[in-house]
Design a protein around this ligand. Structure first.
Ligand code: HEC
Length: 131
């Protein structure tokens, strides 16, 4: 390879590297801001101690990976802001969130729902239908 060709290719590939770096820095983050805020709510309130996402977490309550396909955002927000008594308890209410946290949390659950999992984790209703 001629020295001139070598320099030309080096400068071109360096230019390409800079261009790709600049373009990717401008792309929107793959996780929406409100979903990130919702993830922090999920962590702060330790929802994972009772619920699972992708099958990981506590088994005291339902898996919430696909909850946004079953329930509307307004139902979920309302559930979290004015939580009912948890079955089989008679007095203990489900942990409550304020309106902003509940909204962000639902954005997080909506984001989680977009991650392709090939149907994982198996859903209770489907398992009942198949057996
Ligand atoms: C102490 C255990 C516990 C914790 C902590 C907990 N949950 Fe729950 N959650 C439950 C139980 C139990 C139910 C089901 C109640 C029932 O069916 O009566 C439930 C139900 C729900 C539902 C309704 C699901 C449906 O199908 O209607 C949502 C949404 C939910 N939880 C979200 C959350 C979020 C978000 C957090 C964190 C802020 C959280 N939970 C923390 C135990 C918990």
């Amino acid at each position: 390879m001629k020295l001139r060709t070598f320099w030309l290719l080096s400068i071109l590939s360096f230019g390409l590297f800079i261009a790709v770096t600049l373009i990717s820095a401008r792309l929107p983050s793959p996780i929406p801001e409100q979903a990130v805020a919702g993830k922090l709510v999920w962590q702060r309130h330790n929802c994972v101690s009772c619920h699972t996402l992708f099958g990981n977490g506590g088994y005291a309550a339902d898996d919430l990976t696909h909850i946004t396909t079953k329930e509307t955002p307004s139902y979920l927000i309302n559930y979290l802001v004015q939580p009912p008594v948890m079955r089989p308890n008679k007095y203990t209410h489900h942990p409550a969130l304020d309106e902003v946290d509940a909204e962000n949390l639902v954005h997080y659950l909506e984001f989680v729902q977009t991650i392709p999992t090939l149907g994982w984790p198996p859903q209770q209703e489907n398992a009942e239908k198949e057996s």
